[in-house]
Each structure stands twice: as C-alpha cells, then as structure tokens.
Design a protein around this ligand. Structure first.
Ligand code: C2E
Ligand code: CA
Ligand code: CA
Ligand code: CA
Length: 275
C-alpha cells in the first residue's frame, strides 16, 4: 500500500510536471501565435427563427497550431487572459473577421466575444473603433458579446467603455445568460441590446421540464425588457421548432452547420448570393 501510495505520488508529480510543461509551451507559443496571426476566426451562423434567414455570424477563435492542430478557445483564452495577450489576440481576430466581412451582403452582422479582462483597458473602445475604421466594417453591423461578473471589479470603467462603443452604434449582447457568469444583476449594469441563452439550457428543453421553464422565462424576460433573445446550441429541428413557438428571435447551433473558416464561409455566401 505504501509503494502504491508512493507510486501514486510519483505519478501525480509526473502528470503535474507534464501539464506544467505543456502549459509553458502553450504560453510561449501563444505569444508568438498572436503576433503571427495563427489565431484565426471561425464563423458560426446566426439565424432569424421566424424567417429561417441567416442574419450574421459569431466569430469564434481557433489556434491553428503547427504541430497540435486546431486548438479550441477553451484551452487558450484563459491562458491569453492570464498572460496579458487577450487584448492583442482579440483585436487581431476582429481585424481578420472584419476584413473577411467587408464585402458581405450589407445586412449581415458580426458578433465578437470580448473577455471581461478587456473591459479593464481604458483604451478598448478606441482600439475597436480604430479597427473598424481601418477595415471599413460599419459599427452598426458589429455586436459585442460579454459574460461574467468580473466586469464588476471596475464597473465604472466598463460602463464608460461600453458607452463609447454604443455611441458609435455598436450593439451589446449579454452572453451565456442563465449561467453563473451572467445573471439578472448584469442586465441593469450595462445597456444590453440582446440576451443570449446558454446552450446548456437549450439542448435539453424537450426532455427536461426545468430547462424548458428556464428558456421560456428568459424569452418572456427579454420580451418585457425589449431585448431580443438568441438561443445558442440548437442541434435539431424539434428544438428549433419549440424555440420558434416560444417566440425566441434568433438561434445558432450545429443544426445550421459547424463553425467554418473564412474560405469555407466565402463559398457558402457565394452560393447563397450573399456576397
Ligand atoms: P460561446 O461564446 O458560448 O460560443 C459558443 C460555443 O458553442 C462555441 O464553442 C461553438 O462552437 C459551440 N457550439 C455552437 N453550436 C453548438 C451546438 O449546437 N452544440 C454544442 N454543444 N456546441 C455548440 P467554441 O468555439 O469552442 O467556443 C467556446 C467559448 O470560447 C465561447 O463560448 C466563448 O466563451 C469563448 N471564445 C471563443 N472565441 C473567443 C474570443 O475571440 N474571445 C473570447 N474572449 N472568448 C472566446
Ligand atoms: Ca459568445
Ligand atoms: Ca454563449
Ligand atoms: Ca458558452
């Protein structure tokens, strides 16, 4: 038992060392990747549930890694926040996405995720506006998605950044609504234009009465606050149909296709005559 215990201990250290090694590699690699524009935008369709038409795309970060393949954002966004490169990463992504979107149909919007860490940068609004000017993408077609209570650690600054963005005509969405990171209190803190329901509720509305009640309540809440609601994580037509019946304005999810890169998206838009 003692040996097993010691072995377990040794194994634990090795695993820890390995993960620290991977972590170190990710950290240094990430700084380079941001500079080299190896963090690239993928695009996820957003659909008007009443008409079935595509209204725009959410930009999702991917790390196109030379040896590890495509790394998902859950792995590197938290590291980027910790090592202080999230601002550069996010603006690089926005520049690439806005450049790709420049010649799209003028009705299509772009939604971009902003980390709460970025809402501590007093220059954030100026940086975003500069990126729009440089790429020629109109502010009125940009929506910014935020989550998280961390925005409360400097609420006055977050409010002033958001005020500057909204003055330019940029819209603001409260992401992952209903999870621990986005609560009712947030709705009063910042002037949101939209609520996004987290996919954890959406996926289970047909087989879980609580999820159904929560989604219904969020849609009603949006109604009374005059905030259109987007449901994320729609994977099948029956869920879509139920959301439509509830009066949910927009949807996104694998039902409409997996997130795709800029080249794949161009082909899709060309087919749909949206270029
Ligand atoms: P999110 O903002 O909630 O983005 C939606 C996530 O749900 C995406 O995962 C998307 O691929 C996934 N998804 C879409 N449809 C479905 C579906 O039908 N079923 C399921 N199960 N999942 C679906 P992804 O791309 O891995 O992004 C994960 C999270 O990483 C995002 O969640 C967002 O919080 C964060 N993230 C992504 N890009 C950025 C970024 O540029 N900046 C920041 N700060 N965060 C980002
Ligand atoms: Ca989002
Ligand atoms: Ca979300
Ligand atoms: Ca989410």
């Amino acid at each position: 038992a003692k040996t097993a215990g010691r072995n377990r201990h040794v194994w634990f250290n090795t695993a820890m060392e390995q993960s620290l090694q991977v972590r170190g590699e990710l950290e240094s690699g990430l700084r380079l990747a941001v500079a080299a524009q190896d963090i690239i935008p993928y695009f996820e369709q957003q659909v008007d549930l009443a008409t079935g038409l595509t209204t725009g795309f959410e930009v999702l970060a991917r790390w196109d890694h030379p040896t590890r393949g495509m790394i998902p954002p859950d792995v590197f966004i938290p590291i980027a926040e910790e090592i202080g490169v999230i601002g550069d990463l996010s603006l690089s992504l926005m520049r690439q996405a806005c450049t790709a979107a420049r010649d799209w149909d003028s009705a299509l919007t772009l939604s971009i995720n902003i980390s709460p860490v970025q809402l501590r940068d007093a220059w954030l609004a100026q940086k975003i506006i500069k990126t729009l000017v440089e790429t020629g993408f109109p502010a009125s077609r940009l929506e910014i998605e935020v989550t998280e209570s961390a925005l409360f650690d400097n609420l006055a600054l977050a409010q002033s950044i958001v005020g500057s963005l909204k003055n330019q005509g940029i819209r603001l969405a409260l992401d992952d609504f209903g999870t621990g990171f986005s609560s009712l209190a947030h709705l009063r803190a910042l002037p949101f234009d939209r609520i996004k329901i987290d996919h954890s509720f959406v996926a289970s509305i047909l087989d879980n009465a609580e999820s159904m009640a929560i989604v219904n309540t969020i849609v009603r809440l949006g109604d009374s606050l005059n905030l259109p609601v987007t449901a994320e994580g729609i994977e099948d037509a029956a869920v879509e149909e139920r959301l439509r019946a509830l009066g949910c304005a927009k949807g996104q999810g694998y039902l409409y296709g997996r997130p795709m890169n800029a080249a794949q998206l161009r082909r899709l838009l060309a087919e749909q005559r949206l270029l």
